[in-house]
Design a protein around this ligand. Structure first.
Ligand code: ZN
Length: 212
């Protein structure tokens, strides 16, 4: 059975023409939206494994990161530091993940937000269920976050239009993650984990919230 185009995108991430893929390869940006189903022996549980990865050069950027089902930051299991920038930054293992993938070519942006969970059945390897929460193509942002307008990083995101010319933005739940992804695809020589965070910083954040 042939998967429909949207099913493939939901599962594997944004699709690019061969020429674009070739150009991306040359930049050395390694963004890996694929998810893996992993089995935890001791906990006797199936989980999803994602790699937050990517970054930018001046011309283009490609980044994938993860948040929870409510758009909130998730803790990484492992932070990965490489000699080369724009690669894998952190690993996350959860039962449900919302993946935020962004691609930028100069001032034009694509954004894909997808939800992923495991359909676990007794005694069987679970199946990955993926659905699209937002897909925006050819969005634009005039601000040059990788250069002269770097001060606006974290506070700007591209705007997208529907086919009929209406403004189509992701739901408010995903705005924070979208802002972070925008920052990431403009982060030349990226060595950060823009969406996943250290468990300790999340704990202290919750503590501050509890005390307020
Ligand atoms: Zn970065």
């Amino acid at each position: 059975m042939k998967e429909s185009r949207l099913t493939t995108i939901a599962r594997r991430g944004l699709a690019f023409p061969a020429e674009t893929r070739e150009q991306m390869r040359k930049t050395g940006i390694r963004c890996r939206p694929q998810l893996e189903i992993v089995y935890q022996q001791r906990a006797n549980q199936w989980k999803l494994r994602g790699e937050e990865s990517g970054g930018a050069v001046e011309l283009l950027g490609h980044y994938v990161g993860f948040v929870d089902g409510e758009g909130k930051a998730l803790p990484w299991l492992q932070r990965v530091q490489n000699f080369l920038p724009n690669g894998v930054h952190a690993v996350v293992i959860e039962s449900q993940l919302v993946r935020v993938e962004m691609f930028r070519y100069e001032n034009t942006y694509d954004l894909l937000i997808t939800n992923h969970r495991l359909d676990v059945r007794q005694g069987k390897r679970p199946e990955l269920r993926s659905n699209i929460l937002f897909l925006g193509r050819n969005g634009s942002l005039e601000t040059e976050l990788w250069g002269r307008d770097a001060d606006f990083r974290g506070g700007a995101m591209p705007h997208f239009f529907t086919r009929s010319g209406e403004v189509g933005s992701p739901e408010s739940t995903w705005i924070d993650a979208t802002l972070k992804a925008t920052e990431a695809v403009c982060c030349t020589g990226c060595r950060h984990s823009h969406l996943l965070e250290a468990a300790t910083s999340l704990n202290s954040l919750n503590l501050t919230e509890a005390m307020a």
